[in-house]
Design a protein around this ligand. Structure first.
Ligand code: PLP
Length: 411
């Protein structure tokens, strides 16, 4: 196992993730499915355990000691997310179940209320299905038109096409920051500026960004931003929608129920102020607390070191995979995150996934919830190794060895 990579003591870091030390088929696990979900450092479930063992209680509802403690811990995470994203105000941070729910919230609440027949919504060809389907549902209901920015064979958005498609009719640009199936890092800051100049709002799908680079919503000037806790070394079942307060204030609630009201009578209900207007019902308290611990952990590692480490793994992996005869990488953007999607002509990705699993290596095979990306390249699926800062070059070598064995089985 390689030790220190770019000032990052990977060996020490790996001790924080017990999941990295399990065996699969009698071999030490290599976990290369980080784009699907990351492993969680010990501090995350210790924080959740602490809640369940010592102060498990509902939030915002009781004045008893435990409820106050739970509320304080829950709200402390909101403050951490605010700082993490550099949002102006903690009320701009809404807890959801994840990226998918955050995007659906905007489509349902903003889209249904403010968009109308003939308005255009702009997305890209490399979106995850969760940034396609909610807009299609909205278009069907409201008569809006969905426009799609194409990408080239390197997996880079064709910027001139973006500029051409961005018109006075465009009311919303909803764009992925980092593609989960190609690794492409999109020039979102520049795109947001261009969209604003045309009067369009922008939602950024930051699901694959927040665990790998610093994301600053004021610097980006995005109107909405969505991410999931479980791709940021935190628990499943919790995510975030950031929205500018002036927009969130104008938007109607998404779900109705407890906690999101100011007063209820049978004649008229008034809604709570931000952020509670969008947090109906008992939230995922333990998960929110776990997300807070995950953010503390990531910041303690530091994004400079994370980015440097992952970029060197990407370079190493890109070179190393070339040793496998016939292997073709899918996605070769100049600005790219540590995602290695590939095909081996003549071998179905599911066979690749099964055979490398026999060697203890977890990669993802399939369409990665990006069927239009697969269509672009004329393949039903790819194999994908998605790396994180706790991975090593030695693990990449093991993947290459396993793929060479696959080549022996399917010459
Ligand atoms: N957007 C991107 C780019 C993703 O990679 C994913 C998940 O893989 C999602 C959205 C959806 O995230 P979730 O399933 O956590 O809601």
């Amino acid at each position: 196992m390689s030790g220190v990579v770019m000032d990052l003591d990977v060996k020490k870091i790996r001790q924080d993730f017990p999941n990295l030390h399990v065996s699969v088929h009698g071999k030490p696990l290599v976990y290369f499915d980080n784009a699907a979900t990351t492993f969680k450092p010990r501090v995350v479930w210790e924080a959740m355990d602490g809640y369940y063992q010592k102060y498990a209680s509902n939030v915002h509802r009781g004045i008893h000691e435990l409820s106050e403690k739970a509320t304080a811990a829950y709200e402390a995470t909101r403050g951490k997310v605010q700082k993490f994203l550099n949002a102006r105000d903690s009320k701009e941070i809404i807890f959801t179940r994840g990226t998918t729910e955050s995007i659906n919230l905007v489509a349902y609440s903003y889209g249904r209320h403010f968009l109308k027949d003939g308005d255009e919504i702009l997305i890209s060809e490399m979106e995850h299905h969760s940034n396609i389907v909610p807009w299609q549902m909205l278009c069907e209901e409201k008569g809006c038109i969905l426009k799609v920015i194409p990408f080239n064979d390197q997996g880079e958005l064709i910027y001139e096409e973006f500029e051409r498609l961005l018109t006075a009719k465009t009311k919303l640009l909803s764009i992925v920051y980092i593609s989960n199936s190609l690794g492409t890092i999109n020039p979102v800051k520049k795109m947001i500026k261009a969209a604003h100049a045309r009067g369009a709002l922008v939602l950024v799908d930051a699901a694959q960004a927040v665990g790998h680079r610093r994301v600053d919503v004021q610097d980006l000037d995005c109107d909405f931003l969505a991410f999931s806790g479980h791709k940021l070394f935190g628990p499943t079942g919790v995510g975030v929608l950031y929205g500018k307060a002036e927009l969130l204030n104008k938007m109607p609630p998404f779900h109705g129920g407890g906690d999101m009201i100011s007063s209820v009578t049978f004649e008229k209900t008034t809604y709570a102020a931000l952020p509670y207007k969008f947090e109906a019902g008992t939230p995922a308290v333990a998960e929110v607390i776990g997300l807070g611990a995950a953010i503390d952990y990531v910041l303690s590692v530091g994004f400079e070191r994370i980015e440097a480490c992952e970029q060197s793994l990407l370079e190493y992996g890109t070179r190393a995979l070339q040793k496998v005869p016939g292997l073709k990488l899918i996605g070769a953007a100049r600005e790219k995150a540590a995602v290695l999607s590939f095909i081996l002509p003549g071998v179905h990705p599911h066979d690749i996934g099964t055979l490398v699993n026999d060697e203890g290596i977890a990669i993802r095979t399939g369409h990665h919830c990006t069927q239009p990306v697969m269509k672009h390249f004329g393949v039903p699926a790819t194999s994908r190794a998605s790396l994180s800062f706790y991975n090593t070059t030695a693990e990449i070598d093991r993947l290459v060895e396993a793929l060479l064995k696959v080549r022996e089985v399917f010459p």
